[in-house]
Write a protein that binds this ligand. Structure first.
Ligand code: PLP
Length: 407
């Protein structure tokens, strides 16, 4: 008889992040709406974008689509590691200005950072010890559980350490870091990232660095890529995305960098890059050619200005909401270099209590921090990737709500 994948089955029965959001959170909101049909609800749950894709990128996508409709300009399958022009543009227009030199063959185009990170873990043995930030963007944990890894340790990100973890106390093999961080909104300084790179080099470990929110960094001394840290190409893999800056969350486009200099046990320089190329060719026949045409345009200098305006819009959303929440009496973290605000109520309140209080009294819906890990207990994540008018209406509503509720 056919047997099932036990790892998937375990995940399935133990409530994934998506299940918790769908079954508990959305249900609470729906029930609330039914019994309060006249109350406004402000959904600040998903990290989904709302601004349109920049005009130049749309022009390029339409042009690419038109070419697909004519015999003389039609093209079929592309390179499974990505259009060379796009990989060059990522190298030249995204990395080079940060002082990072990468060859196109070290850059792999994906249909988003989500599948990029999922693919990366396939490079490593199941016996590796994995260190995850707690709270964590859940797919990193779930991808490793699905693969069958059980040796997982957590690095606490709390107010006491500004939500940037201390170095692992014992030897770990793979460290996942995400900065600017989802969900806490924290960023890591040059010195903090250097400490992780030094740890990885001295312990023969590797770092998987998620830089999806790098464009939101406004402080010039905060690194936007792990490769800004000396030695990182020897020990780090990085993922990036067009989702948040160019509005590609539905179009789907991202990349992974596996540097030639990166080595692990029993490998020589370049071997891991080649292994990733092979695994990507098995898993994936390349990102959509339309998305890639849009991505090339999005990285052009003119379009980069439009992307920056998109980021600035979301950052202004964050400022408006954070100010409103703080005036309301809530303690807010993050949000300065990030589209997430990490909110806490009074001491002892659980994440679900903060969630309920905010929903019932102000109509604002966030994601309970406890869904991102034990250290997220007591917090709520609010996304500011929504529309400006919703932020403004939510703040107006906060001003009219009684402040006593959370004190
Ligand atoms: N990494 C982090 C930290 C995210 O928050 C997200 C999406 O919200 C992703 C990766 C996925 O990005 P993409 O849309 O490129 O798959």
């Amino acid at each position: 008889m056919t047997t099932k994948n036990q790892n998937l089955s375990k995940l399935f029965t133990s409530d994934t992040f998506a299940d918790m959001v769908r079954n508990k959170l959305i249900k609470t909101v729906e029930d609330y709406k039914k019994s309060n049909p006249h109350k406004e609800i402000y959904m600040m749950t998903w990290g989904d974008t709302t601004l349109p894709i920049p005009a130049k990128a749309i022009e390029a996508i339409i042009d690419a689509a038109t070419k697909l409709g004519h015999q003389s300009t039609y093209t079929g399958y592309g390179e499974f590691d990505g259009n060379i022009q796009l990989r060059e543009a990522i190298g030249n227009n995204y990395y080079k200005p940060r002082g990072v030199n990468l060859k196109p063959e070290e850059i792999f185009v994906s249909d988003g950072a989500q599948s990029g990170t999922f693919g990366i873990q396939e490079l490593f043995g199941l016996d590796n010890v994995i260190a995850l930030q707690d709270p964590i963007y859940p797919p990193y944990l779930e991808a490793n559980l699905l693969a069958g890894r059980s040796n997982i340790t957590y690095l606490d990100c709390k107010e006491e350490n500004n939500f940037v973890p201390e170095l692992p106390q014992s030897k770990v093999d793979i460290i996942y870091l995400c900065f600017p961080n989802n969900p806490t909104g924290a960023v890591a300084t040059q010195e903090q990232l250097k400490a992780f790179v030094d740890y990885a080099i001295s312990h023969n470990s590797i770092i998987i660095f998620d830089a999806v929110y790098s464009a939101f960094i406004t402080d010039s001394n905060i690194p936007r890529s792990i490769y800004e840290i000396e030695g990182a190409t020897k020990c780090a893999i990085e993922v990036g995305s067009f989702s948040k800056t160019a509005g590609f969350s539905g179009l789907r486009l991202g990349w992974s960098v596996v540097p030639v200099a990166l080595t692990i046990e029993n490998t020589v320089a370049g071997e891991l890059t080649e292994m990733f190329r092979i695994s990507q060719s098995i898993r994936f026949w390349g990102a959509s050619n339309l998305a890639q045409a849009g991505g090339i345009a999005a990285l052009s200098p003119e379009c980069q200005q439009e992307c920056q305006s998109i980021v600035n819009y979301y950052l202004e959303n964050t400022r408006i909401l954070k100010e409103g929440l703080s005036a309301f009496g809530l303690t807010c973290f993050g949000g300065n270099n990030n589209p997430y605000i990490w909110v806490t109520g009074t001491e002892g309140m659980t994440s679900w209590e903060v969630f309920n209080e905010l929903l019932f009294k102000t109509g604002i819906v966030g994601i309970p921090g406890s869904l991102f890990g034990a250290s997220g207990e007591g917090f709520l994540r609010l996304s500011t990737l929504g529309k400006r008018e919703d932020m403004e209406k939510a703040v107006k509503n906060l001003e009219n709500s009684t402040k006593k509720i959370l004190q």
